[in-house]
Ligand binder design. Sequence first.
Ligand code: COA
Ligand code: UVW
Length: 324
Amino acid sequence: MFENLIEKLKKNPTTLVFTEGTDARILEAASRLKKNGILEPLLIGVPEEVQAAAEKGGFDITDIRVIDPANYRRMDELVDKMVELRKGKMTPEECHAALLKGNYFGTMLVKMGVADALLGGATYSTADTVRPALQLVKTKPGNKSVSSSFVMIREKADGTEEKYIMGDCAINIEPTAEEMAECAVECAHTARIFDIDPKVAMLSYSTKGSGKGENVDKVRTATELAKAAAPELDIDGELQFDAAFSPVVAQTKCKGSPVAGQANVFIFPEIQSGNIGYKIAQRLGGFAAYGPILQGLNAPINDLSRGCDAEEVYQMAIITAGLK
Ligand SMILES: CC(C)(COP(=O)(O)OP(=O)(O)OC[C@H]1O[C@@H](n2cnc3c(N)ncnc32)[C@H](O)[C@@H]1OP(=O)(O)O)[C@@H](O)C(=O)NCCC(=O)NCCS
Ligand SMILES: CC(=O)OP(=O)(O)O
């Protein structure tokens, strides 16, 4: 599925840091990535503990670099840089304490160029995985906010794949109309990376004025802002999920829309509906969910769901490093 990303990685040596070096799922994925020559994993943890966990799981981590933050020779340099980046917000003591933890340490390795990309969140919560990146790596030039998407993939009976993008199911708790619009444009960009020709639905409980309320107004404003930011894109809203997805319902609820009935990029109005929605598709609908893929961040850093398995870690590592 990710053959093009794998080919790209094999031609461009890439170091990806895993913040949770003793987790069995991380160790299994790291050993496969190394063995298959896809990327150079870098594990954070106490070397003896990482080795013991690898042996317990039967994973070969020979030649994989392990760094213990407590014994890192460049720690002073990292602290100085972090103090500079958090000027006035964190003291040197606070930065040093934060850097002893895998999430902050790994993020600073990316910031300092020791690693190219980072994947965490097998045991850290999303907030604890993402916060260091928001504080230290920040948004790309041109982006105002970081958002996220999931690539949802399911095999059809005929052996082909159906693929959708869902966002933002993981980062912005109550996005403004501006943030929702930026997420929509970024999700369309992510869709193209995965060979999806984006048709973006801005989701609501209302279809084109069938329901009223501030939440509906927000989605309508976000739709206008997204269209203005990316006039070339097929974006429509506000749409209920059935009107966005089903051609039959679209005929009844909003005939003539360039998106309704054929949407493949779904933008949720806030995190509750988004996070619940993608997990329903994953657990009841049988979709594999790859993500959350962070969008708008100034380095390839991604989060995992704590419910992930080793295969998902493996695939997410390829996606993360491939986005470099
Ligand atoms: C992402 C999240 C952790 C940020 O929360 P937080 O750390 O409390 O946020 P703060 O407001 O203190 O911001 C911390 C920094 O990140 C920045 N930031 C926060 N959200 C941001 C965003 N979406 N894009 C860019 N920067 C952002 C802030 O500007 C701030 O920067 P500064 O310290 O340099 O001023 C929070 O929005 C969150 O918990 N989201 C939901 C995560 C979750 O539980 N998801 C469900 C499971 S996937
Ligand atoms: C993305 C997500 O929901 O993460 P978690 O399951 O770890 O909360």
